[in-house]
Each structure stands twice: as structure tokens, then as C-alpha cells.
Design a binder for this molecule. Structure first.
Ligand code: PLP
Length: 390
């Protein structure tokens, strides 16, 4: 059966060159990078090189990169680390209602520890007004956390403007930048971020590795205590396979991102235009211009997203529904609900996220399959009155 992978925001396949490079650390280089002998010495430069490669992709200094286990750990480290380090200065955090659970649930935990959190609303396109962030700042505010790109809709939030507001107010600014890495240009200085969380497996590296950008001079308490790895900021023997692979993936992204993003954007537009032509009662969720090149969030009225997901899966097409990162969830998406999208439309939303694996043939196949599956499901719906188009 033909297989088409349209769920790159959930995870990406490992880039072939990345896998080939990482294999050396399974087969050959096994040393502990902290060891002084030959086995350690042959591994250590690869950790340093990876740090430089990640830094180069986001225009940071290598010493501002701390390797983590992924995006969730980066978010936890940033939020809990600032909450503890700045406890004497205040106890208030500003964030949005559309963040990933890595931020939202960490904020919920911090609330149980006596912090107070403001969750800002977004508009119908998932966009936030920077002035609302400004208005939410209080004298006890210590941190603002706003994601760069929403994982469900692809909307790009105005983090540069928010970062400038934070800086002017003397408040630290963290951004969950997991979905932007390798898809859009990132310059942490231009974007005014103090902390930024990244994840390897969203960018063609393996799962279980990520990075937290910590601007030079920014103090955060450690999340994990132990040895002196990662410049004393993240204890535990380094995940050398993941780190080397993540570095390599970032190096490849530096040279290929512009061309890939344009190619993927073209495919996404072709898919959207084709679906708009062939499927009636179709709603586009998210910002039309300020967005990731690869992501589409669409509500197919009169269709349950879970049924659509299964119908497409049977035809070999992998998409996601609901709160896509926690697959299996049947709860309506907190992101779409926060955007004010009617619950019924939330329940008929699917996310299609394209990536390196996709070709024009995949798009043509999807344009053949999706209208057919939607049409069949609508025929079974007691609410669908029928129309000329599926
Ligand atoms: N932040 C965002 C925006 C995400 O999409 C994800 C994906 O799951 C994460 C954080 C979590 O990253 P990880 O799976 O590396 O913990």
C-alpha cells in the first residue's frame, strides 16, 4: 500500500545523512566525553562541534546552548529555572492559552507552588496582540513565555515584538521554538529571546535530544542536579548519539532550509487550493500569511476528525487530529477552542504537516483520497444534507 507521511509536526523521519553520521556513535565512538583517556577524547570534540552547529542555526554563541532531552525538558528548565532563580523578585508569569503542554502544564505545576500565571487569549487566527502582553505585565512579573510557532495551526506568533516588550520591562522572555527550528529563520538576537527550547526529533534528528538556548548572563536554576556536564547546567552523561545527530541535522538545515521551505510551501499551497476546489464546507484554521510553510489545519464540517484520520490511515495517509502531539487524544484541541472555533468544527479538524519526505505525487494522491474519504463519511452523517461537492 502507498504510504504518505503528513505528520511532520508530531515527529520527523531521521535524515539519511544524520542517521549515517550517528551510526558511528553506536558502532565506534562509545567513550564518555568527560573521560580524559583516548575513548573520551575522541568523543568530546563531537559534542563541541554539535553545540556549534546548533548555535549556528539559531545565530547564538555555542556557550549559550545546553543540550537537553527535548522540547519538554527545555520548557521545564526555562520556566522552573527562572521561577526559582527570580523568586525574590516576583512570582508572576505571562503566557498564552495556545502553548504546548510542555509550557501549559509546567505553568499549572508552578501555580501549585504559589506562582501566579496569566494565560492570554488569542484571536480567531491564533494570533496574539503584543499590547495584551504589555498590559499583562505587573511589577511582580518575572517571565513571559510565548511560543514561536503553534504546533497545531502553524501560526507564527509575534515573538520579536513580545521580546522587545519584555526587555523594556526588565522581564525575561522564553519562547518554545520547537516547531520553528529548521522551518523558518531563527536569529535569537533579532527575536529578543532570552531562553528558547528546541527539539531534535522535530528537525530530522532522533527523539530524546534537544537544546535550550540560554542568553549569556541569564541566570536560571538547574532542573537536573548531579555532575558538571553541560558547563554545570544540565547534569548526566551526555546523550552523545542524539547530540551528534542533532548537530548534524542543524548543519544540514543551515544549508538546505531556504530551498526546502520554499518547496514545502509550494506543496502546501497546492494541497490547500486543490482541497478548497474539491471539498465543500471546508474551513481553514490559523493565520493565512504569518505561518509555518508546512502546516495546514482544516475543519471538514460534518466529519469527525477521528473517523477521517482512520479513513486516511486505511489509504496510507498519516495525519493527526485533536491535540496532535499527544496522539490518541480525543479531547477537542485547546488551541482551536482558545481561537474561538466552534466545538463542532474543532472536532472535525485535522492537521496536515508536510516535510522533507513529501513529493508532488503525495499531494496528488492526497487530493484524490481526501475528497473521497470525506464524501463517504459525510454520506453517513445524519447532519449532512448533501451538496454538490463532498
Ligand atoms: N513544544 C512544541 C511546540 C511541540 O510541538 C512539542 C512536540 O511535541 C514539544 C514542545 C515537545 O517536544 P519533545 O517531544 O521534544 O519533548
Amino acid at each position: 500500500m502507498r504510504r504518505v507521511y503528513f505528520d511532520h509536526n508530531a515527529t520527523t523521519p531521521i535524515h539519511r545523512e544524520v542517521a549515517a553520521f550517528a551510526r558511528k556513535f553506536l558502532d565506534q565512538y562509545f567513550g564518555n566525553p568527560s573521560s580524559l583517556h583516548w575513548a573520551g577524547r575522541e568523543v568530546r570534540p563531537h559534542v563541541d562541534e554539535a553545540r556549534e552547529q546548533v548555535a549556528a542555526l539559531i545565530k547564538a554563541k555555542p556557550e549559550e546552548i545546553v543540550f537537553t532531552s527535548g522540547g519538554t525538558e527545555g520548557d521545564n528548565q526555562a520556566l522552573k529555572g527562572v521561577a526559582r532563580a527570580r523568586a525574590a523578585e516576583g512570582n508572576h508569569i505571562v503566557t498564552t492559552k495556545v502553548e504546548h503542554p510542555g509550557v501549559l502544564n509546567t505553568c499549572a505545576y508552578l501555580e501549585t507552588q504559589g506562582l501566579s500565571v496569566t494565560y492570554l487569549n488569542v484571536d480567531r487566527n491564533g494570533m496574539i496582540d503584543p499590547d495584551e502582553v504589555r498590559r499583562a505585565i505587573r511589577k511582580e512579573t518575572i517571565l513571559i513565555s510565548v511560543m514561536q510557532a503553534n504546533n497545531e495551526t502553524g501560526t507564527l506568533l509575534p515573538i520579536k515584538e513580545i521580546g522587545a516588550i519584555a526587555r523594556e520591562a526588565g522581564v525575561l522572555f522564553h519562547s518554545d521554538m520547537v516547531q520553528g527550528l529548521g522551518k523558518v529563520d531563527i536569529d535569537v538576537n533579532d527575536l529578543n529571546v532570552d531562553l528558547g527550547a528546541f527539539s531534535g526529533h522535530k528537525a530530522y534528528a532522533p527523539k530524546g535530544v534537544g537544546a535550550l538556548y540560554i542568553r549569556q548572563g541569564v541566570e536560571v536554576d538547574n532542573l537536573i542536579h548531579g555532575g558538571q556536564q553541560e558547563m554545570g547546567r544540565r547534569a548526566g552523561t551526555e546523550n552523545i548519539i542524539g547530540i551528534a545527530a542533532f548537530g548534524k541535522a542543524c548543519e544540514i538545515a543551515v544549508s538546505e532550509m531556504a530551498e526546502e521551505a520554499a518547496r514545502i510551501e509550494f506543496l502546501r499551497r497546492r494541497l490547500l487550493d486543490g482541497l478548497m476546489m474539491d471539498v465543500g464546507n471546508l474551513h481553514f484554521n490559523g493565520e493565512t500569511e504569518r505561518r509555518l510553510p508546512n502546516t495546514l489545519n482544516l475543519s471538514f464540517e460534518f466529519v469527525e476528525s477521528e473517523s477521517l484520520l482512520i479513513g486516511l490511515d486505511i489509504a496510507g495517509i498519516a495525519v493527526s487530529s485533536g491535540s496532535a502531539c499527544s496522539s490518541g487524544s480525543t479531547e477537542p484541541s485547546h488551541v482551536l477552542l482558545a481561537m474561538g472555533i466552534e466545538p463542532l468544527l474543532c472536532q472535525s479538524a485535522i492537521r496536515i504537516s508536510l516535510g522533507r519526505a513529501n513529493t508532488e505525487d503525495d499531494i496528488e494522491y492526497a487530493l484524490e483520497v481526501i475528497p473521497r474519504v470525506v464524501g463517504r463519511l459525510r454520506e453517513m452523517s445524519p447532519f449532512y444534507e448533501g451538496g454538490k461537492r463532498p
